[in-house]
Design a protein around this ligand. Sequence first.
Ligand code: FAD
Length: 812
Amino acid sequence: MTRPPSHARAVIVGGGVAGCSVAYHLTKLGWTDVVLLERKRLTSGTTWHAAGLIAQLRASKNMTRLAKYSQELYSELEAETGIATGFRRCGSITMALTEARREEVLRQASMARAFGVEVEEITDTEVKALYPHVNTEGMTAAVHLPLDGQGDPANIALAMAKGARQRGAKVFENTNVTGIRTDKGRVTGVTWEAGGDTGTITCDTLVNCAGMWARDFGAMAGVNVPLQACEHFYIVSESIPGLTQLPVLRVPDECAYYKEDAGKLLLGAFEPVAKPWGPIPEEFEFDQLPEDFDHFEPILEQAVERMPMLAKAGIHTFFNGPESFTPDDAYHLGPVPELDGYYVAAGFNSIGIQSAGGAGMALAHWMDEGLPPFDIGDVDIARMQPFQKNRHYLRTRASETLGLLYADHYPYRQKATARGVRRSPLHEHLKAHGAVFGELAGWERANWFAGPGQERTYHYNWGRQNWFENQAAEHRAIREGVGLYDMSSFGKIRVDGPGAEAFLNYVAGGDMSVPVGKIVYTQLLNAKGGIEADVTITRLSETSYLIVTPAATVVRDLAWLKRHTGNNLVVLSDMTAAEAVICVMGPKSRDLMRTVSPADWSNEAFPFGWAKEVEIGFGLARAHRVTYVGELGWELYVSTDQAAHVFETLVEAGADHDLKLCGLHMMDSCRIEKGFRHFGHDITGEDHVLEAGLGFAVKAAKPGFIGRDAVLRKKEAGLASRLLQFQLQDPEPMLFHAEPILRNGEVVSYVTSGNYGHTLGASIGLGYVPCAGETAPEVLASSYEIEVAGVRVAATPSLKPLYDPKSERVRV
Ligand SMILES: Cc1cc2nc3c(=O)[nH]c(=O)nc-3n(C[C@H](O)[C@H](O)[C@H](O)COP(=O)(O)OP(=O)(O)OC[C@H]3O[C@@H](n4cnc5c(N)ncnc54)[C@H](O)[C@@H]3O)c2cc1C
């Protein structure tokens, strides 16, 4: 047997569809020195037994872009490699059986149009014309995506492996990677074992494509890859006479999908409570798990009604295979925060075949160019929190996430399992006052407060949910009186050391050479002028700063900062859990602060954009005069041991000021009225800071910061698009996310974030509008509509915040 070489530019671990795709795409970019190591035979993990559905539409534009890319690639692979991939554009139908699902599929169809995916709503008769065997009883709506496809998963992977080999990659089967070599925070090589032989490959980069093994494989090098294998089921009928090619049919309300396969019918399930599986036996290779008919039976019972021919056909195969699921149903891609040169493509949540082509392409570009080709924050491995590798957590959460793929995707839907891991020091206090919690990055956060006697739970739908009036009342308190909300989940990164100022001047667009106590709102930019983080940075002393960032991005931000420290003498520390953040906001916040603290809270002594230490009750806090809700107010950073005391002091004094406890749904409603951007939605690594309308925060005159050249170039060339704020002219429809934006009747873009503006009295959305060569008045002069579940609603555009455009309320 040929032995693996002693060095490679990239070593890929795992020869499933993901590993083969990464090898294929790296070699396409000219990386010939690529080695793929597979412990058994190619595809022998999960890939060989996938059902082979290849859809194009995902929940966001870029995930759709990647899925579309896969689909287009697979249609060409056979011609390139000579391997029959079985790829067919058979189309797909999704059938809704409830009113809520009807709204969901119609909204999805609107979204598909915004993302350039062909889709049409079809009637009962049209469903029957495309799929004569289906019983359409109870159908409330259906959509048809004519270009969706299906294929042979193993051959798709093998074709990509062949394509990679043809361009110089070396693939070794029956070669188990047994160890990772590292030096000074960088991966330097792997050790392998093959049939008693062992060896080492030194390498510049390593890609963990180990499928359901990826968590434990990652742990070998201290790398966090949270995923869990679950049993995943389908049955295949006996041959059905006369059955010819059909579209894929999804009936999510019955947790089922159907695929015609060589004259047989495959019925797959996404049952609400899944079965986590493991440990994985050492010898696992092209294996399946024992059948569990009792578990599958409820799905089959409904399926027989839906597809009567199944009752007669008989079951040829009962298949149960393991697949990995992640805590948020999104896969893991990109460089890991823990180790330089180490990348991941794993955790595909039952859509690995349709995702692998795009994921491999995006990762190869990321490895080659240092940045992904466009924003892929939805799947960036750095969104995961360290605790999420906990195995009890993963098993519990994965039992839910499998079924969620076919559950109603209501806005604001919260996960039900594995909750309560991270809590603010105020958690019990907030709970006692009626808080209803949501979860983000493991944090329990008060999203809204139930009134006395009101049920403390979400009732989801696509309109105004049961907390709408609570949000409205909290919103009014912030706009007219004073409200308090807990933002302890904010990520807090301390930057300490003699090099702190120079370092932050290099990584941030703003000017960090400011006096102690000054708060700078700024962005960390990439070399293209895209926004990697949207933060405030407060100078705490000559040599230390505090970066405050969203809860979900602190791991990613720390990784970005670490990668760019260069020779600056700095220490970076995650201080998130060290301080609670109590936000006191509203025109009457000053009055309240005066009753609990002897500090001078006047505008002159404590202007906007400054922080200082204050006494509150018997304790101490650092008050930051900033706002995300667009009102006068302070964020109080309080050592966690004193947080409860400060809270109690504020609430007690607040009784005389009608202080209202508020949740984060209020915060989002207030911020969208003010046009404040939401990182990850409105602004991402692919959005240029000037097009995002944040040029005011960039000090282009400052020399030598990352992204400066791109900012100067854009100034010269002019904006290709602009982020606009929209208000629906009809107060009824709700905007959530991804609704298409039409300009003069043509779809030009989509809503990046939306919420109801309770002061403005209608739904508000943000979205980019292409505008190359146009002036701002020209952009605004057009007529705009936003499509909500297939209905076009007139919208008023604005480049200035629709609420308090001059920020007069903030600076009083
Ligand atoms: C029943 C079922 C139906 C499915 N249907 C669909 C579908 O219709 N459409 C779709 O898109 N997806 C579907 N999927 C999901 C899809 O099969 C997976 O997402 C995909 O195959 C995952 O590919 P992978 O490369 O990440 O993992 P794998 O195929 O498991 O590959 C990982 C490889 O890594 C190797 N490995 C692990 N550790 C080491 C080591 N230390 N050294 C060397 N090699 C190692 C393993 O042997 C394995 O071959 C389905 C899955 C199941 C179970």
